[in-house]
Design a protein around this ligand. Structure first.
Ligand SMILES: Cc1cc2nc3c(=O)[nH]c(=O)nc-3n(C[C@H](O)[C@H](O)[C@H](O)COP(=O)(O)OP(=O)(O)OC[C@H]3O[C@@H](n4cnc5c(N)ncnc54)[C@H](O)[C@@H]3O)c2cc1C
Length: 169
């Protein structure tokens, strides 16, 4: 029968009565066409996001995604799944921030539970080197974030340990 397309708790339960066998396949086994407007090599996170946003934001739907293995079977299917925007430089932080905002609405857009759930993250410094690089990270975040001044740690070099503690609390 393979007809169910709407992902919901109710449909999941109802489908359990049929051994979850009545879900329509999420994508079809397409026969390649003679021409495409865009051909994307690699059906990983970047390739699929490119195809999705080409269609969603630019109306370009005549797109082929060529995947050597299986869709999502590369790095994107085996990473730590930390979605964050706490990187070093303001320019890249803005890009990552933008990506995080995209993730926030993706489940609704796709009608698919992408299991995105925002939490804090605790990074432990195991060495002097870790401490230095994590305080550099923390300071970069603080200098770009809209954190109130009173909650910022002292960012002088001597305060490395304090800054690192601020990352960890
Ligand atoms: C162990 C690990 C942990 C990670 N943890 C995180 C994390 O917590 N947070 C984070 O943001 N990032 C993390 N990353 C990085 C993140 O997963 C990658 O940056 C991201 O998946 C890259 O996406 P991609 O689409 O470029 O590559 P991929 O997801 O690897 O997709 C590339 C696809 O292209 C296909 N392909 C390659 N060559 C061809 C070809 N010639 N023809 C057709 N298809 C081809 C491959 O089969 C593959 O499916 C992690 C990576 C790893 C390995």
């Amino acid at each position: 029968m393979n007809s169910r397309t709407r992902y919901s708790a109710w449909n999941l339960l109802a489908s359990a009565l049929h051994g979850q066998a009545d879900w329509a396949p999420a994508w079809r086994d397409a026969e390649p066409k003679a021409r495409y407007d865009v051909v994307i090599i690699g059906g990983g996170g970047h390739g699929l996001a490119t195809a999705y946003y080409l269609a969603k934001n630019h109306g370009i739907t005549n797109v082929a995604v060529l995947e050597a293995g299986w869709i999502g079977g590369g790095n994107i299917g085996r990473n730590t799944t930390i979605v964050r925007s706490n990187y070093l430089y303001p320019e890249s932080a803005r890009l990552y921030d933008f990506s995080v905002r995209q993730y926030k609405q993706l489940a609704q857009e796709l009608n698919f539970n992408i299991m995105f759930s925002q939490r804090g993250v605790m990074m432990l410094a195991h060495s002097r080197h870790d401490l230095d690089s994590q305080s550099r990270w923390a300071n970069a975040m603080l200098s770009t974030a809209s954190m109130p001044h009173s909650t910022r740690p002292n960012t002088q070099p001597a305060s490395t340990a304090r800054a690192a503690r601020a990352v960890c609390t």
